[in-house]
Design a protein around this ligand. Structure first.
Ligand code: NDP
Length: 477
């Protein structure tokens, strides 16, 4: 037993993660259901470090130093359970199974509990950054026990991405499913970021009249400022790309039906369960869903809309600046919503998640990496009990400065008939929180009217019901 870590599941993610461990000086045991993949890895990349190729589960487990650290990188869902069922009987108390797949955190909680009874640490771990990140340094979100992190943490810190200040993009998120929960919300925020960028693009195209190449330049300018992020950077790359076959902008030859794998949807489903309003993320998930309804869209193209008009050159440049303000304000709100969800999950499951640390480990390696995340860390460091990112003075001031433009952009979108669901939903959330009074009072009245659901009053404690069908007197219930 010579390997410090083992990886089973050697598709793109597992293979690159195994190479990352090996390149960092660890001896890595390898295993895959289809053994040809194991052999291929060693043939192609064997000179990158020390690998121990194994074919059977028994040999794999025997190759590992104790306590064993066994990374599972297989298809999420039933395959993960099958692999756990295969390996768990071969393990001993103190050993660790690290599930780096995109598991649902509820599955992770179940698996952790089952294995805890056997003394095995199950470490549900979010890994972000795609195949590139897995190889060169992902952002890593491990859950599970403190003991497992003590053993595993230093290795993960080595292979993780490093933020600009050199800090490793990994931290012990919290017990059991905390890591996978945070990875899920990361993906939800990623959906919102992408949708907001998409809406900004559409406005620059349809309202300002810019070409994809011109919009790419605008995004490059934005990337030099406060919106500096991986997603803005790659957006410029995608928009400036030309399709070789047609010589048209690449973005014009791609079918406009977005796909999804499910973590965005999970984020919204769980947010509904927790009662957290993540409207920006939800609209982003729904926007992909709308795009995919080809028949519905075909049947709707004739529906009436406003006559669109394109701005003149000077107006277009001014409008682009306003869109930057809108994008930034909406981004602050969607992160506010995502962090609210993490706080709510942490509360519900007793995870004690450090929100500032979460922002810190997203600064490198992952898809939503951005300069902006430093600011979120600072906000939570200054005030760990911050009720909302919008309660942070500097974010509030930035939104205050952006809000007129934010409103103008959304008004323009509405007037011109350009759909901007995520821009609009995030602004509505902001205005809802700001509002002195919400129509929820009326909702309570309606509920009391048809269902005797009772209401509370602004001026007295207690629950009240009005005898709507009777003489209209109020009774205390
Ligand atoms: P896949 O999700 O395509 O999974 C393929 C791997 O799972 C193969 O090694 C395959 O073995 C194995 N596998 C499937 N079913 C079983 C089974 N019943 N028993 C044993 N092994 C099985 O691979 P990826 O590398 O794309 O992803 C791995 C995990 O990482 C997934 O959970 C994914 O969601 C997650 N992830 C992926 C990211 C990405 O960018 N791709 C990013 C972050 C996380 P075999 O070769 O024998 O078929």
């Amino acid at each position: 037993s010579t390997a410090q870590i083992g990886v089973t599941g050697l598709a793109v993610m597992g293979r690159n993660l195994a190479r990352n461990f090996a390149r960092n000086g660890y001896t890595v045991a390898l295993h895959n259901r289809t053994t040809a993949k194991t052999r291929a890895l060693v043939e192609e990349f064997g000179d990158e470090g020390d690998f121990v190729a194994t074919e059977s589960a028994e040999d794999f487990v025997a190759a590992l130093e104790r306590p064993r650290r066994l990374v599972v990188m297989v298809k999420a869902g039933d395959p993960t359970d099958a692999v756990i069922a295969e390996f768990a009987p071969l393990l001993e108390p103190g050993d660790m199974i690290i599930d780096g797949g995109n598991a649902h955190f509820a599955d992770t909680r179940r698996r952790e509990k089952d294995l805890r009874d056997q003394g095995i640490h199950f470490v549900g771990t979010g890994v972000s950054g795609g195949e590139e990140g897995a190889l060169n340094g992902p952002s890593i979100m491990p859950g599970g026990s403190k003991e497992s992190y003590a053993s595993l943490g230093p290795m993960l810190e080595k292979i993780s991405a490093k933020a600009k200040d050199g800090d490793p993009c990994v931290t012990h998120i919290g017990p059991d499913g905390a890591g996978h929960f945070v990875k899920m919300v990361h993906n939800g925020i990623e959906y919102a970021d992408m949708q907001l960028i998409g809406e900004a693009y559409q406005l620059l195209r349809d309202v300002a009249g810019y070409s994809p190449a011109e919009i790419a330049d605008i995004f490059r300018t934005w990337n030099a400022g406060r919106l500096d992020s991986y997603l803005i950077e790659i957006t410029a790359e995608v928009l400036s790309h030309t399709d070789a076959a047609t010589d048209k902008p690449f973005v014009d030859v791609v079918l406009d039906q977005a796909e999804q794998k499910g973590t965005g949807r999970w984020t919204v489903q769980i947010a509904l369960d927790l009662g957290v309003p993540v409207s920006g993320i939800a609209e982003a998930v729904f926007a992909r869903s709308v795009s995919g309804h080809a028949a519905l869209r075909d049947a709707s193209r004739h529906l009436a809309g406003p006559t669109a008009s394109t701005l003149g050159k000077d107006e277009a440049a001014a409008f682009a600046d306003q869109v930057e303000q809108a994008l930034y304000a909406s981004k602050i709100v969607s992160y506010t919503q995502g962090f609210h969800q993490i706080a709510a999950g942490s509360e519900q499951y007793d995870w004690n998640i450090d929100l500032g640390e979460v922002a810190a480990i997203w600064r490198g390696g992952c898809i939503i990496r951005a300069a902006f995340l430093d600011r979120i860390t600072q906000a939570y460091e200054a005030q760990p009990q911050l009720p909302s990112l919008l309660a942070d003075k500097s974010f509030a001031e930035e939104i205050a400065a952006a809000q007129n433009d934010w409103r103008t952009v959304i008004t323009t979108a509405v007037t011109q008939g350009v759909p901007t669901p995520a821009f609009a939903a995030t602004l509505a959330y902001y205005d809802s929180l700001r509002a002195e009074r919400l129509p929820a009072a009326l909702t309570q009245g309606q509920r009391d009217y048809f269902g005797a659901h009772t209401y509370r009053r602004v001026d007295r404690e207690g629950a009240f019901h009005t005898l709507w069908g009777g003489d209209g007197t109020e009774v205390e219930s």
